[in-house]
Design a protein around this ligand. Structure first.
Ligand SMILES: Cc1ncc(COP(=O)(O)O)c(C=O)c1O
Length: 416
């Protein structure tokens, strides 16, 4: 497997080894994680939608437990932007593991953490950073900072928004994601209100922060109308509310620039691709917002055990250098791929920007399944899973993109 391979299938999908692993998984994992397969099978009427079990990945290729090679158009939820097992990331991680694997969160820092914060500040123009390990962590840090900085307690979020499933971000999930919120509704408070993404804004008096994805990811790879985000910034500024950009999906070069939005937020969340495959996230902020916390006087009031993990920070530093090198390819290849997808019969619309594309087709769940059968990994996205979400590694070759287009043509001819 080279990372630039086309699919090569040697068994049915999923094959016997994947099936055997999934049988063991189903016995041990909380059923809330695995039950989705049954729901999806019921939705599309497919006999078998068990997942493949990943054994190896390199570049834009994934090899499953049966030795089947796939092209990964998801980059593993957008994480492997620099490619799976990127050699520079692996070299940096290996070198770091030779000296220091774990330091001590807020108590004793290490050089990689400091270098990473400097590198992030240089790229974003935001002076201060709280590191974390998941996207949810970064959102928690941003919401807390907004509350501390404004002494207000209300958040404005948007329909179709997705910010993670820890309690902080879960509270901001739009009403359409009812199943994720509903069991916990009573614990999520009443501090969040919602508006339509791209629509009319409510009065922002008393709002601490507006939490917005400049390009929505799970909500369907969709952009708001031109000028809407700038209007939101202006409204927030005049009401004294902070603006939090959630660029966990859209950031790190995915739209062809380091950040999807050129506007300057008060707080910015990054994650996913930032760690080059390692769990690293960051909440960046202006000094004005972050300094409202005041200086730590002993036990930090916001921290975690793995904050600024040295190996994760080393991985992120290497990933950032790779992202800088690859972003121009995203800017060039994204529009070409989107244009070619639009020309496939059955494709109703292609949304998104760069290599963050939503391909609207008659039955996205069925198409996801049928593409997997042909060796192409995609995920459905959108509130009703109405589109195929394409967020491939930035090094996806034109042959791999061409293979996807041919497979999609084949798959959709049954749907139109
Ligand atoms: C825009 C956005 N924000 C936040 C998150 C949550 O990140 P995590 O799953 O790492 O907590 C996601 C995850 O998909 C996301 O797409």
């Amino acid at each position: 497997m080279t990372g630039t391979d086309l699919p090569h299938l040697v068994t049915a999908v999923p094959g016997p080894a994947s099936r055997a692993w999934v049988d063991r998984l189903a016995l041990r994992e909380c059923p809330a994680i695995t039950s989705r397969r049954a729901r999806r099978a019921a939705q599309i009427g497919a006999a078998d939608t068990d997942p493949i079990v990943w054994a190896e990945a390199l570049g834009a290729n994934v090899k499953d437990a049966d030795g089947n090679i796939f092209v990964d158009l998801t980059a593993g939820f957008g994480v492997a932007a620099v490619g799976h097992r990127n050699p520079r990331v692996i070299a940096a991680v290996t070198a770091q593991m030779g000296s220091l694997v774990h330091a001590m969160g807020d108590a004793f820092p290490d050089p990689r953490r400091i270098e990473l914060m400097e590198a992030l500040a240089a790229r974003t123009g935001l002076d201060r950073v709280i590191l974390g390990t998941s996207g949810s962590d970064a959102i928690d840090a941003a919401v807390k900072t907004a509350v501390v900085a404004t002494s207000r307690h209300r958040i404005l979020a948007f329909d179709g928004g997705y910010h993670g499933l820890a309690f902080g971000p879960l509270a901001s999930l739009g009403y359409l994601r009812h199943t994720m919120r509903q069991p916990f509704d009573k614990l999520l408070g009443t501090h969040v209100e919602w508006a339509r993404y791209g629509g009319k804004l409510p009065d922002l008096a008393d709002i601490a922060a507006v939490l917005v994805e400049p390009v929505q990811g799970r909500g369907g790879m969709r952009e708001p109308p031109a000028g809407w985000l700038a209007g939101l910034h202006a409204a927030a500024k005049s009401a004294g509310a902070l603006v939090i950009h959630d660029e966990i999906y859209s950031g790190c070069g995915r739209t062809g620039r380091f950040l999807a939005s050129e506007l300057a937020p008060d707080l910015l969340c990054l994650g996913k691709a930032l760690g080059g495959g390692f769990p690293v996230s960051a909440c960046l902020g202006t000094s004005a917002a972050m300094d409202a916390w005041g200086a730590s006087t002993g036990a930090a009031i916001h921290t975690q055990t793995f904050l600024g993990h040295p190996v994760g920070c080393a991985a992120a530093l290497a990933a950032l250098a790779e992202l800088d090198a690859l972003a121009p390819a995203v800017a060039a290849n994204g529009p070409m791929l989107s244009e070619a997808l639009r020309a496939v019969p059955g494709v109703r619309e292609v949304t998104g920007r760069g290599l963050m594309l939503g391909v609207h087709v008659p039955n996205a769940l069925q198409a996801t399944h049928d593409l997997l059968d042909r060796g192409y990994l995609v995920l459905p996205c959108g509130e009703r899973a109405e589109a195929l979400g394409l967020t491939p590694p930035y090094g996806l070759t034109s042959e791999q993109a061409g293979g996807l287009l041919a497979a999609l043509r084949e798959v959709l001819q049954w749907q139109i």
